[in-house]
Design a protein around this ligand. Structure first.
Ligand code: 2HG
Ligand code: ZN
Length: 448
Protein backbone atom coordinates (compact mmCIF):
# COMPACT_ATOMS: atom_id res chain seq x y z
CA UNK A 1 0.00 0.00 0.00
CA UNK A 2 1.39 3.40 -0.90
CA UNK A 3 2.37 5.76 1.91
CA UNK A 4 -0.44 8.19 1.05
CA UNK A 5 -2.90 5.46 1.97
CA UNK A 6 -1.43 4.83 5.41
CA UNK A 7 -2.50 7.72 7.62
CA UNK A 8 -0.91 8.17 11.03
CA UNK A 9 -1.20 11.94 11.42
CA UNK A 10 -3.97 12.41 14.05
CA UNK A 11 -5.27 15.52 12.29
CA UNK A 12 -5.74 13.69 9.00
CA UNK A 13 -7.18 10.67 10.83
CA UNK A 14 -9.60 12.83 12.84
CA UNK A 15 -12.66 12.41 10.54
CA UNK A 16 -12.34 8.64 11.07
CA UNK A 17 -11.97 8.86 14.85
CA UNK A 18 -15.47 10.03 15.77
CA UNK A 19 -18.84 8.66 14.76
CA UNK A 20 -21.50 10.70 12.93
CA UNK A 21 -23.38 11.58 16.11
CA UNK A 22 -20.27 12.73 17.99
CA UNK A 23 -21.10 10.40 20.89
CA UNK A 24 -18.32 7.86 20.23
CA UNK A 25 -14.74 8.84 19.69
CA UNK A 26 -11.29 7.22 19.70
CA UNK A 27 -7.66 7.66 18.81
CA UNK A 28 -6.77 5.25 15.99
CA UNK A 29 -3.04 4.46 15.64
CA UNK A 30 -3.55 4.43 11.86
CA UNK A 31 -6.11 4.68 9.10
CA UNK A 32 -5.42 2.38 6.15
CA UNK A 33 -6.94 2.95 2.74
CA UNK A 34 -6.50 -0.26 0.71
CA UNK A 35 -7.31 -0.06 -2.98
CA UNK A 36 -8.29 -3.66 -3.72
CA UNK A 37 -9.21 -6.94 -2.06
CA UNK A 38 -5.61 -8.20 -2.11
CA UNK A 39 -4.50 -5.19 -0.10
CA UNK A 40 -7.36 -5.79 2.35
CA UNK A 41 -6.21 -9.41 2.68
CA UNK A 42 -2.64 -8.24 3.31
CA UNK A 43 -3.89 -5.91 6.07
CA UNK A 44 -5.85 -8.73 7.72
CA UNK A 45 -2.82 -11.01 7.51
CA UNK A 46 -0.60 -8.52 9.30
CA UNK A 47 -3.30 -7.83 11.88
CA UNK A 48 -3.71 -11.56 12.58
CA UNK A 49 -0.05 -12.09 13.12
CA UNK A 50 0.40 -9.03 15.31
CA UNK A 51 -2.95 -9.22 17.13
CA UNK A 52 -4.09 -5.80 15.95
CA UNK A 53 -7.81 -5.03 16.12
CA UNK A 54 -9.37 -3.68 12.91
CA UNK A 55 -12.54 -1.69 12.35
CA UNK A 56 -13.85 -1.29 8.80
CA UNK A 57 -15.24 2.09 7.85
CA UNK A 58 -17.13 3.40 4.83
CA UNK A 59 -19.07 6.66 4.86
CA UNK A 60 -18.96 6.77 8.69
CA UNK A 61 -22.71 7.40 8.84
CA UNK A 62 -23.36 4.67 11.44
CA UNK A 63 -25.40 5.64 14.49
CA UNK A 64 -24.37 3.05 17.12
CA UNK A 65 -20.59 3.48 17.29
CA UNK A 66 -20.09 0.27 15.29
CA UNK A 67 -17.35 1.69 13.04
CA UNK A 68 -15.54 3.93 15.53
CA UNK A 69 -12.03 3.08 16.82
CA UNK A 70 -12.87 3.80 20.46
CA UNK A 71 -10.44 1.17 21.78
CA UNK A 72 -7.52 2.09 19.54
CA UNK A 73 -8.45 -0.14 16.60
CA UNK A 74 -6.78 0.46 13.24
CA UNK A 75 -9.37 1.88 10.85
CA UNK A 76 -9.63 0.24 7.43
CA UNK A 77 -11.29 2.81 5.18
CA UNK A 78 -12.79 0.87 2.27
CA UNK A 79 -14.03 3.77 0.19
CA UNK A 80 -11.42 3.25 -2.53
CA UNK A 81 -13.16 -0.02 -3.36
CA UNK A 82 -15.97 1.83 -5.11
CA UNK A 83 -16.17 0.14 -8.52
CA UNK A 84 -19.56 -0.96 -9.83
CA UNK A 85 -19.06 -3.82 -12.25
CA UNK A 86 -20.78 -6.72 -14.02
CA UNK A 87 -24.02 -4.84 -14.44
CA UNK A 88 -26.56 -7.26 -15.91
CA UNK A 89 -29.37 -5.25 -17.51
CA UNK A 90 -31.27 -8.42 -18.40
CA UNK A 91 -31.04 -10.18 -15.06
CA UNK A 92 -31.23 -6.94 -13.07
CA UNK A 93 -28.09 -7.36 -10.97
CA UNK A 94 -24.80 -5.64 -10.34
CA UNK A 95 -21.65 -5.98 -8.27
CA UNK A 96 -20.73 -3.03 -6.08
CA UNK A 97 -17.47 -2.50 -4.23
CA UNK A 98 -17.79 -1.97 -0.48
CA UNK A 99 -16.90 1.70 -0.92
CA UNK A 100 -19.58 2.53 -3.51
CA UNK A 101 -22.20 4.87 -2.08
CA UNK A 102 -25.87 3.86 -2.02
CA UNK A 103 -26.54 6.79 -4.37
CA UNK A 104 -23.94 5.45 -6.83
CA UNK A 105 -25.64 2.03 -6.78
CA UNK A 106 -29.01 3.69 -7.34
CA UNK A 107 -27.59 5.63 -10.29
CA UNK A 108 -25.98 2.55 -11.84
CA UNK A 109 -29.21 0.60 -11.40
CA UNK A 110 -31.16 3.44 -13.03
CA UNK A 111 -28.77 3.58 -15.99
CA UNK A 112 -29.42 -0.15 -16.55
CA UNK A 113 -33.21 0.33 -16.47
CA UNK A 114 -33.68 -0.87 -12.89
CA UNK A 115 -33.77 0.54 -9.35
CA UNK A 116 -32.02 -0.40 -6.11
CA UNK A 117 -34.48 -1.48 -3.40
CA UNK A 118 -32.69 0.21 -0.48
CA UNK A 119 -32.80 3.95 0.10
CA UNK A 120 -31.53 5.97 3.09
CA UNK A 121 -31.39 9.64 3.97
CA UNK A 122 -27.58 9.19 4.10
CA UNK A 123 -27.56 7.75 0.55
CA UNK A 124 -24.82 10.06 -0.76
CA UNK A 125 -22.32 9.09 1.94
CA UNK A 126 -23.35 5.67 3.27
CA UNK A 127 -21.57 2.83 1.49
CA UNK A 128 -22.49 -0.66 0.33
CA UNK A 129 -20.05 -2.27 2.78
CA UNK A 130 -21.62 -0.56 5.79
CA UNK A 131 -25.15 -1.18 4.59
CA UNK A 132 -24.42 -4.89 4.20
CA UNK A 133 -22.55 -5.06 7.52
CA UNK A 134 -25.57 -3.58 9.32
CA UNK A 135 -28.31 -5.06 7.11
CA UNK A 136 -29.56 -1.49 6.58
CA UNK A 137 -33.33 -1.13 6.22
CA UNK A 138 -34.16 2.45 5.34
CA UNK A 139 -37.08 4.20 3.72
CA UNK A 140 -38.30 1.48 1.30
CA UNK A 141 -38.36 -1.50 3.65
CA UNK A 142 -42.15 -1.76 3.36
CA UNK A 143 -41.71 -2.29 -0.39
CA UNK A 144 -38.46 -4.21 -0.82
CA UNK A 145 -37.24 -5.34 2.60
CA UNK A 146 -33.80 -4.68 4.05
CA UNK A 147 -30.36 -5.05 2.46
CA UNK A 148 -30.31 -8.80 3.12
CA UNK A 149 -33.21 -9.22 0.70
CA UNK A 150 -31.22 -7.59 -2.12
CA UNK A 151 -28.04 -9.54 -1.43
CA UNK A 152 -27.05 -12.37 -3.79
CA UNK A 153 -23.49 -12.80 -2.58
CA UNK A 154 -20.41 -11.14 -1.17
CA UNK A 155 -16.68 -10.98 -1.47
CA UNK A 156 -15.00 -10.64 1.93
CA UNK A 157 -11.75 -11.15 3.74
CA UNK A 158 -12.58 -13.19 6.83
CA UNK A 159 -10.82 -12.71 10.14
CA UNK A 160 -9.05 -16.06 9.60
CA UNK A 161 -7.36 -14.56 6.54
CA UNK A 162 -9.28 -16.42 3.83
CA UNK A 163 -10.92 -14.53 0.99
CA UNK A 164 -14.43 -15.72 0.19
CA UNK A 165 -15.80 -14.70 -3.18
CA UNK A 166 -19.32 -15.75 -4.06
CA UNK A 167 -20.77 -13.18 -6.45
CA UNK A 168 -23.23 -15.32 -8.41
CA UNK A 169 -24.57 -14.16 -11.75
CA UNK A 170 -27.84 -15.94 -11.03
CA UNK A 171 -30.68 -14.88 -8.74
CA UNK A 172 -31.62 -18.35 -7.53
CA UNK A 173 -28.86 -20.19 -5.76
CA UNK A 174 -29.23 -22.44 -2.72
CA UNK A 175 -25.88 -24.16 -2.79
CA UNK A 176 -25.23 -24.57 0.90
CA UNK A 177 -24.76 -22.06 3.69
CA UNK A 178 -25.68 -18.51 2.73
CA UNK A 179 -22.47 -16.82 3.84
CA UNK A 180 -23.59 -13.49 2.42
CA UNK A 181 -26.65 -13.56 4.66
CA UNK A 182 -24.42 -14.47 7.61
CA UNK A 183 -22.04 -11.57 6.99
CA UNK A 184 -25.02 -9.26 6.45
CA UNK A 185 -25.67 -7.72 9.87
CA UNK A 186 -22.44 -9.09 11.36
CA UNK A 187 -21.15 -5.53 11.93
CA UNK A 188 -17.63 -6.25 10.81
CA UNK A 189 -17.09 -8.90 13.49
CA UNK A 190 -16.45 -11.82 11.12
CA UNK A 191 -14.48 -10.17 8.35
CA UNK A 192 -14.24 -7.18 6.05
CA UNK A 193 -16.78 -7.12 3.22
CA UNK A 194 -15.12 -5.90 0.04
CA UNK A 195 -17.92 -6.28 -2.55
CA UNK A 196 -21.55 -7.33 -2.86
CA UNK A 197 -23.65 -8.79 -5.65
CA UNK A 198 -27.01 -7.01 -5.53
CA UNK A 199 -30.36 -7.91 -7.01
CA UNK A 200 -32.17 -4.90 -8.49
CA UNK A 201 -35.91 -4.14 -8.51
CA UNK A 202 -38.28 -2.72 -11.10
CA UNK A 203 -38.26 1.06 -11.43
CA UNK A 204 -41.50 2.31 -9.86
CA UNK A 205 -44.04 4.04 -12.09
CA UNK A 206 -45.14 7.63 -11.42
CA UNK A 207 -45.12 8.36 -7.68
CA UNK A 208 -47.33 10.52 -5.47
CA UNK A 209 -46.31 11.63 -1.98
CA UNK A 210 -48.66 12.76 0.77
CA UNK A 211 -48.32 14.20 4.23
CA UNK A 212 -51.30 13.15 6.30
CA UNK A 213 -52.04 14.61 9.73
CA UNK A 214 -53.75 12.43 12.35
CA UNK A 215 -55.50 13.14 15.63
CA UNK A 216 -53.80 10.28 17.51
CA UNK A 217 -50.82 7.93 17.25
CA UNK A 218 -53.21 4.97 17.19
CA UNK A 219 -55.01 6.43 14.15
CA UNK A 220 -51.68 6.83 12.35
CA UNK A 221 -50.48 3.31 13.17
CA UNK A 222 -53.80 1.77 12.14
CA UNK A 223 -53.62 3.85 8.94
CA UNK A 224 -50.16 2.44 8.13
CA UNK A 225 -51.63 -1.04 8.19
CA UNK A 226 -54.71 -0.03 6.17
CA UNK A 227 -52.49 1.60 3.52
CA UNK A 228 -50.46 -1.61 3.15
CA UNK A 229 -53.66 -3.39 2.21
CA UNK A 230 -55.18 -0.59 0.09
CA UNK A 231 -52.18 0.34 -2.04
CA UNK A 232 -50.28 -2.42 -3.89
CA UNK A 233 -47.80 0.25 -4.99
CA UNK A 234 -47.09 1.48 -1.44
CA UNK A 235 -43.49 2.77 -1.42
CA UNK A 236 -43.07 4.29 2.04
CA UNK A 237 -44.96 5.09 5.26
CA UNK A 238 -42.96 7.34 7.58
CA UNK A 239 -44.08 8.68 10.95
CA UNK A 240 -43.30 12.06 12.52
CA UNK A 241 -44.58 13.97 15.53
CA UNK A 242 -45.40 17.67 15.71
CA UNK A 243 -42.39 18.48 17.91
CA UNK A 244 -39.94 16.87 15.47
CA UNK A 245 -41.47 18.71 12.51
CA UNK A 246 -41.23 21.96 14.47
CA UNK A 247 -37.53 21.29 15.19
CA UNK A 248 -36.87 20.58 11.49
CA UNK A 249 -38.69 23.80 10.60
CA UNK A 250 -36.55 25.79 13.04
CA UNK A 251 -33.33 24.46 11.55
CA UNK A 252 -34.36 24.62 7.88
CA UNK A 253 -36.78 27.53 7.69
CA UNK A 254 -39.35 25.30 5.96
CA UNK A 255 -42.98 26.47 6.15
CA UNK A 256 -45.61 24.50 8.09
CA UNK A 257 -46.42 21.44 5.98
CA UNK A 258 -50.13 21.25 6.85
CA UNK A 259 -52.72 23.89 7.70
CA UNK A 260 -53.70 22.49 11.13
CA UNK A 261 -51.74 21.36 14.18
CA UNK A 262 -51.82 17.58 13.72
CA UNK A 263 -49.94 15.87 16.57
CA UNK A 264 -48.93 12.91 14.36
CA UNK A 265 -48.06 13.04 10.66
CA UNK A 266 -47.47 10.23 8.18
CA UNK A 267 -45.53 10.67 4.97
CA UNK A 268 -47.07 8.20 2.53
CA UNK A 269 -45.75 7.43 -0.91
CA UNK A 270 -47.35 5.25 -3.59
CA UNK A 271 -46.66 4.46 -7.21
CA UNK A 272 -49.08 3.45 -9.94
CA UNK A 273 -48.90 3.24 -13.71
CA UNK A 274 -51.61 5.89 -13.94
CA UNK A 275 -52.68 8.77 -11.65
CA UNK A 276 -51.00 7.67 -8.38
CA UNK A 277 -52.24 10.89 -6.72
CA UNK A 278 -55.87 9.87 -7.27
CA UNK A 279 -55.23 6.40 -5.82
CA UNK A 280 -53.38 7.88 -2.86
CA UNK A 281 -56.06 10.52 -2.18
CA UNK A 282 -58.69 7.80 -2.36
CA UNK A 283 -56.82 5.57 0.10
CA UNK A 284 -56.25 8.51 2.49
CA UNK A 285 -59.95 9.38 2.21
CA UNK A 286 -60.79 5.94 3.60
CA UNK A 287 -58.65 6.35 6.75
CA UNK A 288 -59.88 7.16 10.26
CA UNK A 289 -58.71 10.17 12.26
CA UNK A 290 -57.32 12.21 9.35
CA UNK A 291 -57.17 15.93 10.21
CA UNK A 292 -55.47 17.25 7.11
CA UNK A 293 -53.53 16.09 4.04
CA UNK A 294 -51.29 17.48 1.30
CA UNK A 295 -50.48 15.48 -1.85
CA UNK A 296 -47.64 16.15 -4.30
CA UNK A 297 -46.65 14.57 -7.60
CA UNK A 298 -44.00 16.86 -9.04
CA UNK A 299 -40.39 16.06 -8.10
CA UNK A 300 -39.41 19.29 -6.26
CA UNK A 301 -42.60 19.37 -4.17
CA UNK A 302 -42.24 15.69 -3.27
CA UNK A 303 -38.62 16.30 -2.30
CA UNK A 304 -39.76 19.14 -0.07
CA UNK A 305 -42.27 16.90 1.73
CA UNK A 306 -39.49 14.35 2.31
CA UNK A 307 -37.32 17.01 3.94
CA UNK A 308 -39.63 17.19 6.96
CA UNK A 309 -38.82 13.52 7.56
CA UNK A 310 -35.25 13.15 6.31
CA UNK A 311 -33.94 16.23 8.13
CA UNK A 312 -34.92 14.88 11.56
CA UNK A 313 -31.53 13.22 12.17
CA UNK A 314 -29.48 16.34 11.41
CA UNK A 315 -31.85 18.65 13.30
CA UNK A 316 -31.70 16.46 16.43
CA UNK A 317 -27.90 16.18 16.23
CA UNK A 318 -27.76 19.97 16.34
CA UNK A 319 -28.95 19.72 19.96
CA UNK A 320 -25.89 17.68 20.98
CA UNK A 321 -25.01 13.98 20.64
CA UNK A 322 -28.24 12.02 21.08
CA UNK A 323 -28.74 8.57 22.55
CA UNK A 324 -30.37 6.58 19.76
CA UNK A 325 -32.64 3.60 20.21
CA UNK A 326 -33.65 2.14 16.86
CA UNK A 327 -36.33 -0.31 17.91
CA UNK A 328 -39.18 -2.36 16.44
CA UNK A 329 -42.43 -3.14 18.20
CA UNK A 330 -45.12 -5.64 17.34
CA UNK A 331 -47.75 -3.69 15.36
CA UNK A 332 -50.31 -3.91 18.17
CA UNK A 333 -47.88 -2.35 20.70
CA UNK A 334 -46.41 0.43 18.57
CA UNK A 335 -48.83 3.30 19.25
CA UNK A 336 -48.94 2.81 23.02
CA UNK A 337 -45.15 2.52 23.10
CA UNK A 338 -44.71 5.79 21.18
CA UNK A 339 -47.17 7.57 23.47
CA UNK A 340 -45.56 6.26 26.66
CA UNK A 341 -41.81 6.67 25.96
CA UNK A 342 -41.48 10.42 26.68
CA UNK A 343 -42.91 9.98 30.20
CA UNK A 344 -40.79 6.86 30.78
CA UNK A 345 -37.64 8.82 29.91
CA UNK A 346 -38.70 11.94 31.82
CA UNK A 347 -39.30 9.94 35.00
CA UNK A 348 -35.64 8.84 34.96
CA UNK A 349 -34.05 11.91 33.38
CA UNK A 350 -36.24 15.02 33.75
CA UNK A 351 -33.79 17.24 31.84
CA UNK A 352 -33.74 14.96 28.79
CA UNK A 353 -35.91 15.38 25.71
CA UNK A 354 -37.35 12.51 23.68
CA UNK A 355 -37.81 12.69 19.92
CA UNK A 356 -39.72 10.00 18.04
CA UNK A 357 -39.94 9.30 14.32
CA UNK A 358 -39.53 6.32 12.05
CA UNK A 359 -40.87 3.76 9.66
CA UNK A 360 -44.49 3.26 10.69
CA UNK A 361 -45.34 0.37 8.39
CA UNK A 362 -42.33 -1.60 9.68
CA UNK A 363 -43.13 -1.08 13.38
CA UNK A 364 -39.72 0.66 13.53
CA UNK A 365 -39.50 3.77 15.68
CA UNK A 366 -36.33 5.82 16.22
CA UNK A 367 -36.25 6.95 19.84
CA UNK A 368 -33.72 9.78 20.10
CA UNK A 369 -32.97 11.21 23.55
CA UNK A 370 -31.07 14.50 23.84
CA UNK A 371 -29.79 16.27 26.93
CA UNK A 372 -28.17 13.16 28.47
CA UNK A 373 -24.42 12.75 29.16
CA UNK A 374 -22.82 10.44 26.57
CA UNK A 375 -22.04 7.76 29.14
CA UNK A 376 -25.40 7.82 30.95
CA UNK A 377 -27.00 4.42 30.25
CA UNK A 378 -30.00 4.61 32.60
CA UNK A 379 -32.38 5.61 29.83
CA UNK A 380 -31.04 2.90 27.52
CA UNK A 381 -31.74 0.33 30.18
CA UNK A 382 -35.30 1.57 30.64
CA UNK A 383 -36.22 1.96 26.97
CA UNK A 384 -34.62 -1.26 25.72
CA UNK A 385 -36.06 -3.30 28.60
CA UNK A 386 -39.52 -1.94 27.83
CA UNK A 387 -39.10 -2.85 24.15
CA UNK A 388 -38.03 -6.39 25.01
CA UNK A 389 -40.88 -6.82 27.50
CA UNK A 390 -43.33 -5.89 24.73
CA UNK A 391 -41.88 -8.50 22.35
CA UNK A 392 -39.98 -5.98 20.21
CA UNK A 393 -36.42 -5.87 18.90
CA UNK A 394 -33.73 -3.58 20.36
CA UNK A 395 -32.22 -3.03 16.90
CA UNK A 396 -34.25 -2.76 13.72
CA UNK A 397 -31.76 -1.42 11.21
CA UNK A 398 -28.80 0.44 12.75
CA UNK A 399 -27.15 -2.55 14.44
CA UNK A 400 -25.99 -3.22 18.00
CA UNK A 401 -22.58 -1.55 17.65
CA UNK A 402 -21.13 -0.31 20.91
CA UNK A 403 -24.27 1.52 21.93
CA UNK A 404 -26.43 -1.54 22.59
CA UNK A 405 -23.97 -4.38 23.18
CA UNK A 406 -24.84 -4.55 26.88
CA UNK A 407 -28.45 -5.30 26.01
CA UNK A 408 -27.99 -7.98 23.35
CA UNK A 409 -29.13 -10.59 25.89
CA UNK A 410 -32.59 -8.97 25.73
CA UNK A 411 -32.79 -9.86 22.05
CA UNK A 412 -31.03 -13.23 21.82
CA UNK A 413 -31.31 -16.28 24.07
CA UNK A 414 -28.17 -17.85 25.62
CA UNK A 415 -28.07 -20.67 23.06
CA UNK A 416 -28.37 -18.19 20.18
CA UNK A 417 -25.58 -16.07 21.64
CA UNK A 418 -23.42 -19.16 22.08
CA UNK A 419 -23.98 -20.09 18.41
CA UNK A 420 -22.98 -16.56 17.39
CA UNK A 421 -19.82 -16.78 19.51
CA UNK A 422 -18.97 -20.14 17.91
CA UNK A 423 -19.29 -18.62 14.43
CA UNK A 424 -17.14 -15.67 15.50
CA UNK A 425 -14.48 -18.00 16.93
CA UNK A 426 -14.42 -20.07 13.73
CA UNK A 427 -14.18 -17.18 11.28
CA UNK A 428 -12.14 -14.76 13.38
CA UNK A 429 -10.07 -16.98 15.70
CA UNK A 430 -7.61 -14.20 16.58
CA UNK A 431 -10.48 -11.85 17.46
CA UNK A 432 -9.19 -8.99 15.34
CA UNK A 433 -12.44 -8.04 13.55
CA UNK A 434 -14.21 -5.19 15.33
CA UNK A 435 -13.82 -6.99 18.67
CA UNK A 436 -15.54 -4.33 20.79
CA UNK A 437 -18.92 -4.39 19.09
CA UNK A 438 -21.94 -6.67 19.11
CA UNK A 439 -20.87 -9.67 21.25
CA UNK A 440 -18.36 -8.03 23.50
CA UNK A 441 -19.88 -6.95 26.81
CA UNK A 442 -21.82 -8.66 29.60
CA UNK A 443 -25.18 -7.12 30.60
CA UNK A 444 -25.09 -4.12 32.97
CA UNK A 445 -25.22 -5.00 36.62
CA UNK A 446 -28.49 -3.82 38.05
CA UNK A 447 -28.62 -1.87 41.31
CA UNK A 448 -29.98 -4.04 44.12
C1 2HG B 1 -33.70 7.32 9.48
O1 2HG B 1 -34.67 6.58 9.46
C2 2HG B 1 -32.39 6.78 9.92
O2 2HG B 1 -33.75 8.50 9.08
C3 2HG B 1 -31.79 7.58 11.09
O3 2HG B 1 -32.51 5.43 10.26
C4 2HG B 1 -32.60 7.49 12.34
O4 2HG B 1 -31.46 9.36 13.32
C5 2HG B 1 -32.07 8.31 13.54
O5 2HG B 1 -32.30 7.90 14.69
ZN1 ZN C 1 -34.46 4.63 9.92
Amino acid sequence: MLGAHVITDPEVAAPHATDWTGRFTGDPPAVLRPGNVDEVAAVVDIARHHHVALVAQGGNTGLVGGATPVDGEVVVDLRRLDAITDVDPIGGQLTAGAGASIAAVQAAAGAAGWAYGVDLAARDTATVGGSVATDAGGLRFVRHGSTRRQLLGVEAVLGNGSVIRHLPLVAKDNTGYDLAALLCGSEGTLGLITAARLLLVATPGPIATALVGFATTTDAVVAASALRRALPGLEAVELMLAAGIELVRQTTGLAAPLAGDAPVVLLVEASAADAPEALLADAVGGLTGVLDAAVAVDGPRRAQLWRYREDHTTAINGLGPPHKFDVTLPAGELAAFIDSVPALVAAEAPAAHTWLFGHAADGNIHVNVTGLPAADERVADLVLSRVAALGGSISAEHGIGRAKRRWLHLAQAPADLAAMRAVKAALDPAGICNPAVLLSLPPPSRPT
